[in-house]
Ligand binder design. Structure first.
Ligand code: IMO
Ligand code: MG
Length: 424
């Protein structure tokens, strides 16, 4: 079974945890888009791991983890993650594969990301990791790929070409002194040396695995509304975060994908700027942020919090072809008297039943809520569907009906055993 796992909101849905659970059932785990703007948290016992680039499945012995061609790689971050795992006694040696076609984040990408953001009138809220500029270079055909840093000659040529153009822009447009060829050249060739045992044709590896009837989990980063096409543009990231990205970002054909699983929080959060129709009022937002510990795993920024938005999630289920859902952080809603579900928007006197593509509309809609009775906080956490309070069951049933997808998992805490599987 080859599964794609995607976020159906604005990222931070709790994908890391679901990936960790599903990893047990598969042989290969693949990251296919994004870069170290992602922050996937996995809790094992009392230890918390946060991965930015490494597929979260790496914690499971014997699993092969691939970083696909669609990912943009900051070598310093990847190296730090490899070292961190080694220090924790987790051997990755024969288990990591990095696509030779994956693009490399260069120091000038990072700086440009930050400089452009400071100059923008309407800030995107980028994580400043160089993701956007690296993808921009990929699309404009001047990017540097993993294979390039293995070859001193090819790399020298490409880096020179890039610096010639970019240094001029840095100086003239941004008043930045620009970048020195030698130091980047040496540093990145060294990365190439370190990573050479891992750099490979991951598309071939994955397709061979499929022939051998192995199971693959495609680990999405970010969420549907950060997708470069379908997200709340321009407040998005620069990759295809929807399920289609799994194919272009790995070299596995769509006909080989068996299932798409969507991950959503029982409410909604967003980091960075952009419209957010169901955002809580300030005071309640602060209360929920504290309760849900909603601070970014990558930048530590406070996350904006709001009610579950059915319109948004339903559209995401459609865009991704998700047949199953994992509902995360259900326990954060415990103890609320009333819970709101946004079922439509009001805009210019009209009732919208579909998520609008018009950015101006989305920025000005008023959410229409259906009120659902809450459930009390309990000392013991539910361990099966039966243990949920009847109102919690009603909430889940409403989500499943309105989103037209089966809920297969509900999470009520960060530990591995806090995930409840619903009968299929
Ligand atoms: P995971 O995988 C939440 C957001 C940033 C910003 C916008 C663009 O942990 O769910 P970028 O650095 O990509 O140029 O930032 O996208 N963003 C995320 N928000 N979770 C993420 O990843 C995110 N990755 C990017 O906050 O608004
Ligand atoms: Mg995150």
């Amino acid at each position: 079974m080859n599964m794609v796992l995607v976020g159906i909101q604005w990222g931070d849905e709790g994908k890391g945890k679901v990936i960790d659970i599903l990893s047990r059932k598969v042989d290969y785990i693949v990251r296919y888009q994004g870069g170290n703007n992602a922050g996937h948290t996995v809790v094992v016992g009392s230890k918390e791991y946060i991965f930015h680039l490494m597929p979260s499945g790496i914690l499971h012995e014997n699993k092969i983890c691939c970083i696909g061609n669609g990912v943009v790689i900051d070598p310093a971050v990847l190296l730090e993650e490899i070292r961190g795992l080694e220090n924790a006694g987790i051997s990755i040696n024969s288990r990591l594969r990095i696509s030779s076609l994956a693009h490399v984040i260069m120091p000038y990408h990072r700086i440009l990301d930050q400089l452009r953001e400071t100059k923008r009138k309407h800030k995107i809220g980028t994580t400043g990791r160089g993701i956007g500029p690296c993808y921009a270079d990929k699309i404009s055909r001047c990017g540097i790929r993993m294979a390039d840093i293995l070859s001193p000659k090819v790399f020298a040529e490409k880096l020179k070409d890039n610096l010639k153009e970019k240094n001029e822009i840095f100086r003239k447009v941004y008043g930045h002194k620009g970048f020195n060829f030698n130091s980047i050249y040496r540093q990145y060739l060294n990365y190439g040396k370190i990573f050479s045992p891992y750099i490979s044709n991951t598309a071939a590896i994955l397709n061979r695995a499929i022939e051998l009837k192995k199971d693959i989990l495609f680990e999405g980063a970010q969420g549907t509304y950060l997708d470069i096409d379908f997200g709340t543009y321009p407040f998005v990231t620069s990759s295809s975060t929807t399920s289609g990205g799994a194919c272009t970002g790995s070299g596995v054909s769509p006909v080989k994908i068996d299932k798409v699983i969507g991950v959503a929080k029982a409410y909604t959060t967003r980091v960075g700027e952009g419209p957010f129709p169901t955002e809580f009022p300030i005071k309640f937002g602060e209360f929920m942020r504290k309760k849900g510990n909603e601070f970014g795993a990558t930048t530590g920024r406070p996350r904006r919090c709001g009610w579950f938005d059915v319109l948004m999630a339903r559209e995401a289920v459609m865009l991704n072809g998700a047949s199953e859902l994992a509902i995360m952080k259900m326990d954060i809603l415990d103890g609320l008297k009333k819970i709101n579900l946004c079922i439509s928007y009001r805009y210019k006197g009209k009732l919208l039943k579909e998520f609008p593509q018009d950015f101006k509309a989305l920025s000005n809609v008023k959410p229409v809520y259906r009120e659902v009775s809450g459930w009390p906080e309990t000392l013991t956490k539910p361990r099966s569907y039966r243990d949920f309070h009847p109102n919690a069951k009603t909430y889940l049933k409403m989500l499943s009906d309105m989103l037209r997808a089966k809920i297969s998992m509900v999470s009520v805490g960060s530990a591995r055993e806090d995930t409840i599987f619903l009968d299929s």
